[in-house]
Design a binder for this molecule. Structure first.
Ligand SMILES: NC(=O)c1ccc[n+]([C@@H]2O[C@H](COP(=O)([O-])OP(=O)(O)OC[C@H]3O[C@@H](n4cnc5c(N)ncnc54)[C@H](O)[C@@H]3O)[C@@H](O)[C@H]2O)c1
Length: 282
């Protein structure tokens, strides 16, 4: 089936990036969030990021105008009803995703693929909320979406071979590289990455080193392009905490206990780059 019009639910950090790459690849995008100011902010971000691509001569003025013209910002989820593919990129909370998946299942035709960009929540569980578990899949993009090549494609217990192959093809059409993994809390990317970030936070909390020193160790000693605390700020500390909690409850091993400093910073509203303060000030 030819996919032309896609729906993106959630217009935050990831949702605006996902809308950006779909629109840049020629798809019409319905971008939905709960309030007008969130979709307005997303469009401003997409415009800024397209300008960056223009400045680097990756796209032309016409490409930019065409991509922006393909994005329809909405607050009424009903507008997603006639999309050929819907991807959810809303806040990493089970109750929010539960409501969205039940609703998308109700408003869209049964053959439509419902994908989630979740970082850690079970695709099998999201699928079980719907009447089409074989058409539910994880499509995990990385931040910043227009730049990062990887899409972790997560197969839930009931995900069909066709759904997997259509999602793989779609990733390739977005000029991304799909890597297939099975469904378990955190998948592969966050199962391995988040304990590293969490441990770096313990190092700061225990006075072992400053955030700058921890980051320098990883940049200069391990050739990481950015240190773990800079990366945590970039991802969003609330997102990191949510993922650690999903892995802690889903895997039951105390090694996934979120660092108390992380909990305290999120309580203080220090969410990293997006709030202006995290391990660093922005
Ligand atoms: N930030 C990252 O680096 C990253 C990377 C990969 C995956 N993810 C995942 O992507 C998803 C989104 O994360 P984010 O970083 O973009 O978060 P974010 O906080 O930047 O954006 C979430 C958006 O979802 C919206 N939202 C909340 N409830 C909604 C609803 N019922 N309907 C529509 N929109 C709703 C919020 O208003 C907000 O604009 C999460 O599942 C997260 O785990 C994040």
């Amino acid at each position: 089936m030819e996919i032309q019009r896609v729906g993106v639910v959630g217009a935050g950090t990831m949702g605006n990036g996902i809308a950006h790459v779909f629109a840049r690849s020629g798809y019409n995008v319905v971008l939905c969030d709960v309030e007008q100011r969130f979709v307005d902010r997303a469009l401003a971000t997409i415009t800024k990021n397209l300008d960056r691509e223009l400045a680097k001569s990756k796209i032309t003025d016409d490409d930019k105008a065409a991509a922006l013209g393909r994005i329809q910002p909405v607050t009424d989820r009903g507008q997603l009803a006639d999309c050929f593919f819907d991807i959810e990129a809303a806040t990493e909370k089970s109750e929010i995703k539960t409501e969205i998946f039940r609703d998308l299942d109700r408003i869209t035709r049964p053959e439509i693929i419902l994908a989630s960009n979740t970082s850690s929540i079970s695709i099998t569980k999201l699928a079980a909320l719907t009447t089409r578990p074989e058409r539910v899949i994880g499509m995990h993009f990385f931040n910043p979406v227009p730049v990062m090549k990887l899409v972790e494609v997560i197969r839930g217990l009931a995900t069909s071979e066709e759904t997997l192959s259509e999602t793989r093809d779609l990733s390739l059409r977005l000029d991304k590289t799909p890597v297939e993994v099975n469904d378990a809390p955190g998948f592969v990317s966050n199962r391995v990455l988040m304990p590293l970030l969490n441990e770096a936070m313990y190092a700061v909390m225990e006075g072992l080193a400053t955030p700058e020193a921890v980051d320098e160790v990883f940049k200069l000693g391990m050739a990481h392009p950015m240190g773990p605390l800079t990366l945590a700020d970039f991802i969003g500390l609330d997102v990191c905490l949510d993922i650690m909690r999903v892995m802690q409850s889903g895997l039951g091993d105390p090694k996934y206990r979120p660092c108390p400093l992380l909990i305290k910073m999120v309580d203080a509203g220090w969410l990293g780059r997006k709030s202006g303060r995290g391990f660093y000030k922005y």
